[in-house]
Write a new protein. Structure first.
Length: 329
């Protein structure tokens, strides 16, 4: 297609969906990935438009209320509650709205004529999908590691034994994990995500409650690409909009691979028992509570250390250096 000035225009591919969380397993939230023409998909599903970086609570066809996050012009995630029946119903409703289910991809040697085995076919597929630079060398090493372990590269990996923890950590190199930054209002969460992104992606202000919308952004954290959600600060005296934002935050955190529990030297210790405790605005002094990392997002002090802590919490160094083979599934 040509624009009015005679320039070529890229026409988005029709949107498709696939279940990105385990099928047939109930959980707090499910993850449905929508790829392609997101604007058309949202319109067809009668959902409100969502800009890139937007995260919002929405009605899902009258079936459920869930979170929609748009990570790129052609990529969004729909996160309903994780009941098997709910997920099946939302998927069926997407299909009826014209968002077709993504065809099952049989990753085998026939799909990649240049591959010499089913393992090499999965390797090529993983290289094409891998979001993180850290994935490349590890993916390329798998034919050698399989050979060292005496595994048949044409064997069905479902019939082989792999280390469950390594498999989970390594999959995060291909499919970006979800990180949720949570904490009180006005402690510097928005300044932090802007520092990590190297640009302004979140509203920054001194007025508590400034960030009332969730901001989602893909970040490269020292070689690991993550989906980072900056949740709005939670105040006791919050209005209806902020209370709804708090509900979205709770849903996002329940689906997150890692919660970054934020505070500053003036705030109380984070209440959640599980997560990475981070003191922001370190330039104001030391915190009265134990922090896993202390940073000043304004000056950049400690940010590199935080980036490495987050990366290593999601993909420990052992996942990269261990010579155990990876199924690449």
């Amino acid at each position: 297609m040509m624009s009015g000035r005679g320039e070529a225009m890229t026409v988005p591919a029709p949107a498709t969906w696939r279940l990105a969380s385990p099928a047939g397993v109930a959980g707090a939230l499910a993850l449905i990935q929508v790829h392609g023409d997101i604007d058309a998909a949202l319109a067809a599903a009668r959902m409100p438009a969502l800009p890139v970086g937007g995260v919002r609570l929405a009605d899902l066809f009258g079936i459920d209320r869930g979170v929609i996050a748009r990570w790129a012009p052609d990529l969004a995630h729909v996160m309903p509650h994780g009941g098997v029946g709910v997920v099946r119903a939302v998927g069926a409703a997407l299909s009826r709205a014209g968002v077709a289910p993504e065809p099952a991809r049989a990753i085998d040697a026939a799909a990649f004529p240049e591959a010499r085995s089913r393992l090499e076919a999965r390797m090529l597929a993983a290289l094409a999908r891998a979001a993180s630079p850290l994935a490349i060398d590890l993916v390329l090493s798998q034919p050698r590691l399989w050979a060292r372990a005496g595994l048949d590269p044409d064997a069905d990996p479902s019939g082989l034994a792999f280390d469950g923890s390594l498999e989970r950590w390594r999959r995060r190199l291909v499919d970006p994990p979800l990180v949720a930054a949570i904490g009180p209002a006005n402690v510097g969460k928005s300044t932090l995500v802007n520092r990590l992104a190297g640009r302004s992606v979140s509203i920054v202000g001194d007025e508590p409650g400034t960030t009332r919308d969730h901001v989602g952004v893909l970040l490269d954290l020292a070689g690991l690409v993550v989906r980072w959600v900056d949740t709005p600060g939670i105040r006791a005296a919050a209005g209806p909009e902020e209370r709804e934002a708090a509900d979205v935050a709770a849903m996002v955190v329940s689906a997150a691979d890692l919660a970054v529990l934020c505070g500053d030297p003036r705030s109380p210790a984070p209440e959640r028992p599980v997560g990475l405790r981070v003191c922001l605005r370190r330039d104001l002094g030391p915190p009265a509570w134990r922090a896993d990392a202390e940073v000043s997002a304004a000056s950049g002090e400690g940010v590199r250390g935080l980036v490495e802590r987050v990366r290593d919490a999601l993909v420990p160094p052992a996942a990269l250096t261990d010579t155990a083979p990876w199924s690449l599934c």
